[in-house]
Design a protein around this ligand. Structure first.
Ligand SMILES: NC(=O)c1ccc[n+]([C@@H]2O[C@H](COP(=O)([O-])OP(=O)(O)OC[C@H]3O[C@@H](n4cnc5c(N)ncnc54)[C@H](OP(=O)(O)O)[C@@H]3O)[C@@H](O)[C@H]2O)c1
Length: 430
């Protein structure tokens, strides 16, 4: 079984090491030795440390390597949309199996890859693209295929989880916690993709596509990052027995006309400390899956890093290699449900709103009236302080996002509301 390895960076180098270290076991598990036919990189002269591989295998001609007749499986760990898409489409169309960790490409244009796989009758595996080492996509695409998944809620970005966990533990602000994450190597020099939620949104699209048998792209995902989360928000959450997490939430349910649809969103949210996701700290990932027959399932582990990610890539390599030797194909893309994505305004969520208000009679009634006008039911109200310290904390029951957002806007315009200190969504039954 001959591999073309595209990329030899953080993940690729670990793939090379694991292939070498576990060669005998892998041969036994697959039924044939797995050999590297070539390794495509961008810079031939780069110092890659002591890699257990013949240096003559390196090339900068990735497409040429993909097209070689002696290549059975293409492993793409470069990243980005192009040229990765061209390489993978070429491989799959010509009947070569492909393994990729490229969440950005899968979320933007996974359809092209699946179409090419169908055309070439080839396998496309991408376990490492979401939640690193955690076996998650295979359970969604195989083990749970007899069930109906209703909701997937995940912490799928380690950098933001590290930052929010640090803010929760120390009371630090966002900037301070980001600096710590950067110093410890949990955040990249340009952290935009992580802190603005782009990385989590890509993973949310992949999870939603698999869970709901529909093509969902990153553009379908409502995305908010964590740059606006303040130390005051974290303190408000604590006061309610909650913690703040950047969640990806994909759910299936009726839209405003009653038709079956999916909702996919990424945003910070308060969750009760008793929720299984609340105890997921540092840079760990976890995904909570709810299915009609299976009930609640939780997947937990390391979501990134060379070695954990390479573990998932190796698992995929073994799977596609076995399939090729057996002359079979993995189950192809399942998109028969073809559900539409409903707009964020129709997503049902809950708000925690902290208001600085005037200290006068009737304030509570006026504020309650604004909620009632849009049919937003209030779960709890806490009024505290006097004079300049007077504040109200309102937590709603579930309501459409559009009604909640409009309520906040109207509250902002009231003369009795001096300022809105914080608005956070609440998830997980707090
Ligand atoms: N790192 C993680 O923890 C992690 C976790 C999950 C998924 N992933 C995904 O895994 C993929 C790889 O990530 P990584 O962290 O390993 O990236 P990386 O360390 O930046 O490595 C990228 C590799 O691709 C090579 N490359 C870049 N452009 C190329 C080109 N035009 N032609 C040939 N080779 C090219 C680079 O060559 P040079 O070495 O010569 O520069 C390098 O070897 C990405 O899709 C990422 O999203 C990573």
């Amino acid at each position: 079984m001959r591999l073309a390895l595209l990329g030899c960076g953080t993940v690729g180098a670990e793939v090379v090491r694991l292939l070498h270290e576990q060669a005998a076991d892998l041969t036994a598990r697959v039924g044939a030795p797995i050999e590297i036919a070539g390794i495509a990189v961008r810079r031939m002269g780069r110092d890659r440390g002591p890699l257990p591989v013949d240096p003559t295998l390196f090339t900068t001609d990735a497409l040429g390597l993909v097209k070689r007749d002696d290549v059975d499986v293409v492993v793409e760990v470069v990243g980005g949309i192009e040229p990765a898409r061209t390489w993978l489409v070429e491989a799959l169309r010509s009947g070569k199996s492909a393994v990729t960790a490229n969440k950005a490409l899968l979320a933007e244009d996974g359809g092209s890859l699946h179409d090419a796989a169908a055309e070439g009758q080839a396998d496309l595996y991408y376990e490492a693209a979401v939640a690193g080492a955690i076996p998650l996509l295979r359970p969604l695409r195989e083990s749970l295929h007899g069930d109906r998944i209703t909701r997937v809620t995940g912490i799928v970005n380690g950098t933001t989880n590290f930052i929010l966990s640090a803010m929760d533990a120390t009371g630090a602000g966002f900037t301070e916690a980001l600096e710590e994450a950067t110093e410890l190597g949990y955040a990249e020099a340009d952290p935009t993709a992580d802190v603005e939620g782009f990385d989590a949104a890509a993973k949310a699209a992949i999870l939603a596509s698999l869970a709901f048998h529909s093509r969902v792209t990153a553009a379908d995902v409502h995305r908010e990052g964590i740059t606006g989360v303040t130390a005051a928000d974290v303190a408000s959450a604590k006061a309610m027995g909650c913690t703040i997490k950047l969640l990806c939430i994909a759910s299936r349910g009726p839209d405003s006309t009653g038709a079956d649809s999916v909702s996919v969103r990424v945003h910070p949210a308060m969750i009760p400390r008793t929720h299984p996701l609340a105890s997921v700290g540092d840079a760990f990932n976890a995904v909570f899956v709810e299915a009609e027959a299976a009930g609640q399932l939780m997947f937990y582990g390391r979501g990134a890093g060379g070695s954990p990610t390479a573990s998932a890539v190796l698992g995929d390599i073994v799977a596609v290699a076995r399939n090729r030797l057996a002359g079979v194909r993995a189950p192809s893309e399942s998109v028969y449900a073809d559900l539409p994505v409903r707009p964020m305004g129709e997503a049902v969520t809950r708000y925690h709103i902290s208001l600085d208000v005037a200290d006068r009679a009737g304030v509570l009634a006026t504020v309650a009236g604004v909620f009632a006008k849009r049919d937003v039911s209030i779960a709890t109200v806490r009024q505290s302080g006097r004079a300049d310290d007077a504040s109200l904390v309102v937590v709603t029951h579930g309501a459409p996002e559009a009604a909640l957002a409009a309520t906040v806007e109207e509250l902002r315009g009231l003369d009795i509301v001096r300022s809105i200190a914080s608005v956070l969504r609440v998830e997980g039954g707090a």
